[in-house]
Design a protein around this ligand. Structure first.
Ligand code: FES
Length: 112
């Protein structure tokens, strides 16, 4: 049976070291999945979302990028230290972390 939980994508795309275009894995995103899982468990909300690594989400200049698919919420310049906050405030408390938004990509949402 397919999961009905909202999906959170973590871009873990890795470009070559001297690529002119940045990539999220070079900004630390490959560690995010494990940190998300730890924080979801610690906050008692592991059953609230599915977290998946993804290829490039097209927001490379703003990476590392995390995207809440159903809500069309895009987080940019995400650091390891931001993951705990995203889990606690957004997933557990239902209050997205506005200061990490990539606002130009949230066009399918109502004005915030
Ligand atoms: S490399 Fe992560 S959004 Fe493109």
């Amino acid at each position: 049976m397919e999961s009905q939980k909202p999906i959170v994508y973590i871009c873990t795309n890795l470009r070559p070291e001297h690529s002119p275009k940045p990539s999220c894995a070079r900004r630390g995103s490959e560690k995010f999945l494990e940190i998300f899982k730890q924080e979801l468990n610690a906050n008692g909300c592991a059953d609230k979302v599915d977290i998946e690594n993804s290829g490039c989400l097209g927001a490379c200049e703003d990476g590392a990028t995390v995207m809440f698919f159903e809500e069309q919420i895009w987080y940019g310049n995400v650091q390891e230290s931001d993951v705990a906050r995203i889990v606690k405030e957004h997933i557990k408390e239902g209050k997205p972390v506005e200061e990490l938004f990539i606002r130009r990509l949230m066009t399918r949402r109502k004005a915030l």
